[in-house]
Each structure stands twice: as C-alpha cells, then as structure tokens.
Design a protein around this ligand. Structure first.
Ligand code: IPE
Ligand code: IPE
Ligand code: MG
Length: 239
C-alpha cells in the first residue's frame, strides 16, 4: 500500500469506468451483467482509494449522453444505482467515506433522488474521503450552469468560477483539481468528463475493462502518475 504523502500521492483521482458492456459481451452475457460486475469494481476502487489516502475520488457512472442508450439498459442502470446507494451506505459509513452525487438530478426518478438524499445525509459527517459519483453528468452542461449562477461576469476570477462549478456539483465546500484521471476500457478520450477540473490532470489509460479493474491496476496508475514530471507550465524541478 502507498503512503499518503500530500503533493506526491494524488489527492483527487477521477475514473472513467468504461468497458462494462464489452466485458459482458466478450463472455456472451448481456451488457447489463457487465454493469452488475462493474458495481463490484466500484466497491473495490472506493475502499482501496480510501486506504491509500486519496481525499477525493470522482467516478463517472452515467453521462448525460448515456440517456441515448436502449431504454432497458438505462432502466437497469438506474435500478442498480438506487439499489447500491441503499445497500452500500453502511460500508461507506464504516469506512468514513462521504458520498456526493454530481450531475443533474431533475431527470432522475423520485425514488433515486430520495436514495441519493438519504445516502448523502447519512454520510455527511464522514471525513475520510469524499466519493463523488457522477450520474447524469455532463461537464459542458456544468460549465454552462456555473456561468449562469455567477452574478457579475466582468469581475469573475478563476477561483470564483471553480467555486460556481463546485456549487453546481453540490460540493459547496469546493473540490481540488483532478491530479490523476484514469480511463479503463482502452478508449483514450474524456467523453465530457471534468473538462475544467482536469486542466493539469495526468491522464492514464488502461486497457483493462472496468469489471476487471483491481487494486493492482489502481496502484499501477498511481505509480505512473508518480513517475510523471508535473510542470504546470513552469520548468522541471529535476533540472
Ligand atoms: C461504462 O461501460 C458504464 C457506463 C457508461 C454506464 P459501458 O457501458 O460504456 O461499456 P462499453 O464501453 O460499451 O464496453
Ligand atoms: C463514458 O463512457 C461515460 C461513463 C463511463 C459513465 P461512454 O462509453 O459513454 O463513452 P463513449 O461513448 O465511448 O465516448
Ligand atoms: Mg463505454
């Protein structure tokens, strides 16, 4: 296990959990089976990140563009979210993990909204790690909505804008930029995820399908992150 060294170990890790459907299809199973198995990987990743000292973990669970999928897949995913929110909350509490759901809520069912409210309320005092689950999330929608809640655009700073984004994302306390972004499933794109927050994120792409993504893969991504020279536009400290 890695020691939690601030500034060295990533404080904010974001994961695009991709490849559930292909994982299932490769096994001759329906795509929804892949989502069920993917949920097990979520638990593994959350608990491993928590043990490793990550402060914020943002997981992409359902994009606003995912509504365009067949109705039965969307329905199965929504049911899975609700079921897991209810069944996993005690484990989140045990592990000191605070849950925050990021994204639009107005298109979610009242039952799912209630489950989100309850899980967020019950874990509100957990200080170990914040798990941000992105559901009906679109980074571009978030940016547009953040722009509309800022009163005087001409005096706006980057920090004001970042705060507005955090507000839109139901994280009024603010969220640090993403240090490490991992995408599983072999694709190398952002698919409208955290475009602002990833301005200087280190990107790591894994060929592993999400249901197979294990602790060792997480550690490998972190090792890759730690080997990178983050310059933020300046010059390398190694020189
Ligand atoms: C990611 O896996 C989960 C969601 C988008 C909900 P996919 O369902 O995109 O799986 P692939 O990419 O089709 O294999
Ligand atoms: C991104 O994956 C969304 C999630 C993982 C939740 P997609 O599978 O929807 O992305 P594209 O369509 O390959 O870009
Ligand atoms: Mg996909």
């Amino acid at each position: 296990m890695h020691a939690a060294v601030p500034g060295f170990y990533p404080q904010h890790v974001a994961i695009i959990m991709d490849g559930n459907g292909r994982w299932a299809q490769q096994r001759g199973r329906p795509r929804t089976f892949g989502h069920l198995e993917g949920a097990k990987s979520v638990r593994r990743a959350v608990e491993h990140a928590r043990r490793s000292g990550v402060r914020f973990l943002t997981l992409y669970a359902f994009s606003s563009d995912n509504w365009s999928r067949p109705q039965d897949e969307v329905h199965a995913l929504m049911k899975l979210f609700r079921r897991k929110l209810v069944s996993e909350t005690p484990r989140l509490l045990e592990n000191g993990v605070r849950l925050s759901v990021v994204g639009r809520r107005d298109r979610l069912s009242p039952e799912l909204r209630r489950a989100i409210d309850a899980a967020e309320r019950e874990t509100a005092d957990c200080g170990g790690m914040t798990l941000r689950l992105a559901v009906d999330y679109s980074s571009r929608d978030t940016l547009v909505r953040a722009a509309t809640i800022l009163p005087r655009a001409e005096e706006m700073t980057r920090d004001d804008f970042a705060r507005a984004i955090a507000m839109v994302n139901h994280c009024p306390g603010g969220v640090p930029d993403v240090d490490l972004l991992v995408r599983t499933g072999g694709e190398q794109r952002l698919s409208d995820f955290l475009l602002w927050e990833c301005a200087y994120a280190e990107l790591v792409f894994s060929r592993r399908m999400w249901p197979d993504f294990a602790e060792a893969d997480f550690d490998q991504a972190v090792d890759e992150f730690r080997s990178r020279d983050r310059r933020f536009g300046g010059l390398s400290k190694a020189i």
